[in-house]
Design a protein around this ligand. Structure first.
Ligand code: PA5
Length: 447
């Protein structure tokens, strides 16, 4: 039997008592029941709970479309923002070669766009696309989000000019709502191949829908392993009412108890740069789900050991408002040993013969102890290795924990009302029809 990801609270024990964590996790079983029975806040958005099963009938078509795009192009621009790009970006970065465009051999490149409105970013992307044979995957659940819509308009025009409208139509896939939104209309009018994001799944919970799985399949990663990994967490989390052995309930409980001691920022720590974007996915999941009504734990991230030489100082010694969650990968995918040198002029012979992973693990252990000494509680999540299966486990574990944690905080973890504030101002300042009055008021304020 395969080992699972695991949670250790050893380095939180001197901050919150194990008994307290167990008691809160046990109380949180009612939140688990509310999720399973659809009786909690946001119960229209629980489709992700059974997604590992529900997505199965679509996997063949996702793989077929990915194969088709790979056969007619060597690069795909995936357009989307927030939950419509962070999940696939996280998996692709975690499981691909770190320098994909610099190594020999044919591989399908994925570039993301529509996650900003930067004129430089898109112009420089167009410099690249002028000379490349590419496809477009446009992802927007609402079908009306400004950032990806602008990128799609510009890149669609570029592609149509480059290969002609009919051929462009064959290279564009739209992933959106099954009925509503401008993107659905556009896709229907132009006859693009489409996939739907179910009504009952919000963006940040959508990585196992076609929104996440098509870009991941395009990059050559085994989406079935990813989904199976997520599925394997169901008995341990969703269907496990025994709080003491349910890692999602324990994690939700411990982070809330730590927050109540005044530590209101959680820093997710990774020791492998491949997990940088997984941390970005995690920040969106928890930030948008919990940060409302003046509540929530602020989600931050750091890449160690890199950031130990920058914000490491703050973590060790600054305001005592932080706790950490370390994602510790046990076995590296590659092997590299530090060589011995006769003259030892760089004084590193004490490390010779050691693998880099051993030195890195010692850095991790030493840092956890140092941060504990500096009054920073540390939660550890151990991942046996970086693979699609384990990333799938992490997704399901965190999604369930986030939903339960939101209920502990007494917020709806499935809405994001705060995101609308900047949009209204942006529409008003850009003279979007219907926002004229608001525009006038804002311009007054700017005088
Ligand atoms: O989690 C969410 O719901 C958001 O982050 C959305 O994913 C993001 O705003 C993009 O929305 P859409 O897919 O509708 O373009």
């Amino acid at each position: 039997m395969k080992e699972n990801i695991s949670l250790s609270l050893k380095n939180t024990e001197s901050f919150v008592a194990v008994e307290e964590v167990l008691a809160m996790a046990q109380q949180a079983v009612r939140h688990l029941d509310a999720l399973n029975n659809g009786t909690g806040a946001g119960s229209d958005f629980l489709g992700w709970l059974s997604l590992p099963d529900d997505i199965q009938p679509q996997l063949d078509r996702i793989e077929k479309v990915a194969k088709h795009l790979r056969s007619i192009s060597d690069l795909t621009v995936v357009i989307g923002i927030g939950g419509s790009y962070l999940g696939s970006k996280a998996v692709i970065e975690a499981l691909s070669h770190t320098f994909p465009s610099l190594i020999k051999g044919k591989h399908h490149e994925i570039i993301f766009a529509g996650q900003n409105i930067s004129e430089d970013y898109l112009s420089e992307l167009i410099d690249v696309l002028d000379n490349r044979n590419y496809s477009l995957v446009m992802i927007s659940k609402s079908g009306v989000t400004t950032e990806p819509a602008i990128a799609f308009r510009i890149l669609r025009n570029h592609l149509e000019k480059k290969v002609g409208k009919p051929s462009a139509g064959d290279r564009i896939i739209a992933i959106t709502d099954s009925r509503k939104g401008a993107l659905r209309k556009l896709a229907d009018v132009n006859g693009y191949e489409t996939f739907s994001i179910p009504d009952n799944i919000g963006g940040r919970y959508s990585v196992l829908t076609p929104a996440g799985l098509l870009p991941i399949a395009l990059s050559g990663i085994d989406i079935r392993m990813l989904v199976d990994g997520a599925k394997s967490m169901e008995p341990l989390t969703r269907n496990n009412r025994n709080a003491a052995s349910n890692p999602s309930l324990l994690y939700a409980a411990v982070r809330n108890l730590i927050m109540r001691t005044g530590k209101t920022t959680e820093v997710i720590i990774t020791y492998n740069p491949k997990l940088h974007w997984f941390a970005e996915w995690w920040k969106q999941l928890f930030g948008e789900s919990e940060g409302k009504e003046g509540k929530g734990i602020y989600p931050a991230s750091a890449d160690f050991t890199t950031d130990l030489h920058s914000i490491g100082q703050y973590i060790q010694d600054g305001q005592r408002i932080l706790f950490e969650t370390v994602i510790s990968v046990k076995n590296p995918g590659r092997k590299l040993v530090i060589p011995k040198e006769i003259d030892d002029s760089d004084q590193l012979n004490y490390l010779s013969g050691k693998r880099l992973s051993e030195v890195d693990h010692n850095a991790e252990t030493g840092t956890i102890l140092a941060h504990n000494d500096g009054n920073v509680p540390v939660i550890t999540i151990t991942v046996p290795e970086l693979s699609a299966w384990y990333i799938g486990q992490l997704f399901y574990f965190f999604e369930l924990a986030c939903a339960v944690s939101g209920y502990i905080l007494d917020v709806n973890p499935f809405d994001q009302p705060g995101v609308e504030a900047y949009k209204k101002n942006m529409f008003a300042l850009n003279n979007k029809p219907g926002f004229e009055e608001a525009g006038k008021k804002l311009r007054e304020r700017l005088k």
